[in-house]
Ligand binder design. Sequence first.
Ligand SMILES: Cc1cc2nc3c(=O)[nH]c(=O)nc-3n(C[C@H](O)[C@H](O)[C@H](O)COP(=O)(O)OP(=O)(O)OC[C@H]3O[C@@H](n4cnc5c(N)ncnc54)[C@H](O)[C@@H]3O)c2cc1C
Length: 521
Amino acid sequence: MDLKHQLENSQITLDDVKHKIKTKSDVILIGAGIMSATLGIILKELDPTLTITILERLDAAARESSNAWNNAGTGHSAFCELNYTPQKPDGSINCKKAFEIASSFEISKEFWAYLVERKIIIPEAFIHSVPHCSFVWGQEDVAFLKKRYEALIQDALFKDLEYTEDRATITEWMPLVMKDRDPNEPVAATRMKLGTDVDYGTLSRAIFQYLSKLDGVSLKFHEEVKDLEREDNGLWNLTSTNLITHEKEHHEAAYVFIGAGGGSLPLLEKSDIPEAKGYGGFPVSGQWLRCTNHEVIDGHFAKVYGKAKVGTPPMSVPHLDTRVINGQKELLFGPYAGFTTKFLKKGSYWDLAKSLELGNIFPMISAGMHNFPLTKYLIQQASQSHEDRIEALKEYFPDANSEDWELVVAGKRVQIIKSDEKEGGVLEFGTEVVFAKDGTLAALLGASPGASTSVAIMLEVLVDCFSDKVKFAEWQTKLKKMIPSYGISLHDNEELCRKSRARTHKLLKLTPIEELQTSNV
Ligand SMILES: Cc1cc2nc3c(=O)[nH]c(=O)nc-3n(C[C@H](O)[C@H](O)[C@H](O)COP(=O)(O)OP(=O)(O)OC[C@H]3O[C@@H](n4cnc5c(N)ncnc54)[C@H](O)[C@@H]3O)c2cc1C
C-alpha cells in the first residue's frame, strides 16, 4: 500500500505529515542579508562539517536593507560622519565611538581581503575607493570640524585625514558643493582618501552563492519564519511557512541567529527568552534623491557628509554621495526620513502594532514621550514636497537643478527601544545583539553603523554562542588567518594599521596606501 492509501486509512492527513517534516541542522540563520551571510561564511570556514539552514522569506538574498539602493553604501569608518564624534560639554571632542567604528571597518576589510584570497568574492564587484569628506559652514561648525580633526589625527586610524579652510582646495575636493556658494561664508572640510563605497547587496549575494554550493548548507527562499520555541531537549524548533505553497515546515537546530533585519524584533519576542523582555522597535523609512544627469554625476567623486541640524536624529545627517552600483557610478543625496509602521520594506503595515507586548508597551510610550523632537522631525520630513527636498539638496549643491533629481525609496531602519530604570524607555540609534543566556540564540537589532561593522558584530556572536569552540587553538589559528589583526587593536598602533591597510588595499584593489599624500592646507 502506498503512503497515500495508508494515510487515507488512518486519522492522519497528508498535510499533517508535511507539517511534521523537520529539517535538522546545527545552525539556523534567519534572513539572507549581510549579517547572516557573514556569520554563515565565518562558521563554515571555521568548521566545514557544520550543517547550516538559511531561511529567507523573499525570493532572493539581500533584497531588504542590505540591497545597494536601500542603504548609503558607506564603508562607515567615522572618517566623515560627524555624529560619531560629539562635542562634550567642555568643548572637547569625544572620539570613542569613532575609534570603535574605524577599527571595526578595518576588521571587515581584513576579512573581505581573505575572502578575495580564497576566491569567494571579487573586489571590483562590491568595493571601491571613494574619498570620505566632511563639509561645514559658519564659524561655529568650522571651529568644531577643526577641533575634531585635531583630536582624530592623533590616532593611527586617522593619520591620513586632511583638513582645509581653503576654498580652492575644497573646490578641488568637491566642486559641486562649492559652485555658486556665498564667497563670504566661512567654510571648512576634511578628506580621507582611504574612504570606501560598498555594495553590501552584491557582497551578500556572492557569499550566499558560495555557501549554497557547500555540503551541509541549505538556503531556502520564500520561507517565512513564523515561530520559534525551545524544546525540552534544549534544541530550537522553528516553524516556517512557504509564501508560495503556503505549506508549513519545521526546522530543528542547536543554535539560531535571528538576522532578519527589521523582522528580528518580532522573532526575538516569539523566542520568549527572558533577555528579550522590554525591547521595542520604532521604524523609520528612508528616501534619497537620485541624480539622473550624467554630467552632474561625473562632476562629483566623494561622499560628502554634513552636520545634522540641531534637534534632528543622527541618521538624518545629510550626504551627497558618490555610489558605485552594478558597476555604474551614481549620485545620491539624502537621506530623507518618513514615518512608517512597517518593519521591512516588503513588510506589513501591522508590524508596529503586532510588536507591542505587555513587556515593551511602557518603554515604547516612555520613549515616545521623551522623543517629541523626533516625531516632529518625521512629520516634517514626511510632508515635504519635491521642491522642499531640492531646497535641502541646495545647501550641499547650490547649483542643483530640480529636474535632474528623482526620488527613490531606501530601506527601513527599526530603531531600538529599551526599558530604562530612570526614563522608563529609551530610543537608541545603534546596533545591539541580544543573546540568550546559554548562547543558543542571538538576535541582531538596530541598523547603525550596520553592514560596515558586520564582521566585528559576528565575531561577538561567535564568542557568545560558540564560547567553548572559539577558545580552541584550531579556531584561534583560523580566525587569525581570516583576520590577521584578530585580538589586537589597530587603534593607536600605527605600524600594524599601516601594514593591515597596505595588505587589504592591495587585495581589495583600493587606493594604494603608498599613494596617500597628506596635503593639509
Ligand atoms: C537608509 C539606510 C541607510 C543605511 N546606510 C548604511 C551605510 O551607509 N553603511 C552601512 O554600513 N550600513 C548602512 N545601513 C544599515 C545596513 O543597511 C544594515 O545594517 C544591514 O543591511 C542589515 O543587514 P541584515 O542582514 O541584518 O538585514 P537585512 O539586509 O534587512 O536582511 C534581513 C533579511 O531577513 C529577511 N526576513 C525578515 N523577516 C523574516 C522572517 N520572519 N523569516 C525569514 N526571513 C525574514 C528579510 O527578507 C531580509 O532579507 C543603512 C540602512 C538604511 C535603512
